[in-house]
Write a protein that binds this ligand. Sequence first.
Ligand code: HEM
Length: 237
Amino acid sequence: MATHEAEDFSQPVLPGDAGSDYERYLNTLGLLALQKGPDEWVHRDELLFQVVHQSSELWLKLAWNDVEEAVAHLGRDEGEAALRLLRRAALCLVYVTTQLDMLEQMSPWEYQEIRKVLGHGSGFDSPGWREIRRVTPALGQAFHALREQEGLSVVDVYVRGREHELLYQLAEALLEWDERISMWRVRHYKVVARVIGDSVVGTQGTPVEVLGRLIHHTFFPELWRARNDLTALSKET
Ligand code: HEM
């Protein structure tokens, strides 16, 4: 009978130089080198500031990838699979919204020191948010194509929601996504107002008032408008 040597679980087996498979698989060496160190800080809260921004970019990366895949599912008439991903994507936005709380732990006066080393850096250039602005309209188009295929108006999807369960669930998932984006913007606006003020100009020259106006932007105005139509319709009947 062949004898098998016992596997030594303490030794890494994945390729790489780090001491353990945990560090090799997650590339913690690279990841943890992505923040400035104490010798480079103008203020030690640069670590807090970079951690919040970098982790936001990671959650946003997961979010837009899931939305993009959901769009592909909708194109193949796989509504349930799309729903599963849209739920996860919305949760990513919850995380990036709640972690904005951490930025309010910085002193607004001391943050002015950090601001001086940001150059022309602005959230308008956030890769995660840029991709979300790209995939979100595609999500709307994919949903409306399915709805039109069934010969239903947006109002029909709600009035006859019990007959068209999947389309109803999808419409609500889109609205959830849109609402979560707005909720992030509301929270971000408040953080900005609390940290640098609501009547100043950003590092890329944008007045903070512009952020206040963006709160009212929606990606799916037709889904919001449908609520008004439903209220009007119920008064007629
Ligand atoms: C102390 C914290 C922060 C401050 C003071 C701040 C400030 C600002 C300001 C002033 C703008 C207007 C554009 C400009 O810079 O001129 C802006 C836009 C933006 N910021 Fe921030 N920000 C903060 C944190 C964050 C975080 C954590 C994110 C996450 C990625 C972020 C993402 C964005 C985005 C996406 C915009 C474009 C506007 C929008 O789409 O609503 N910001 N921010």
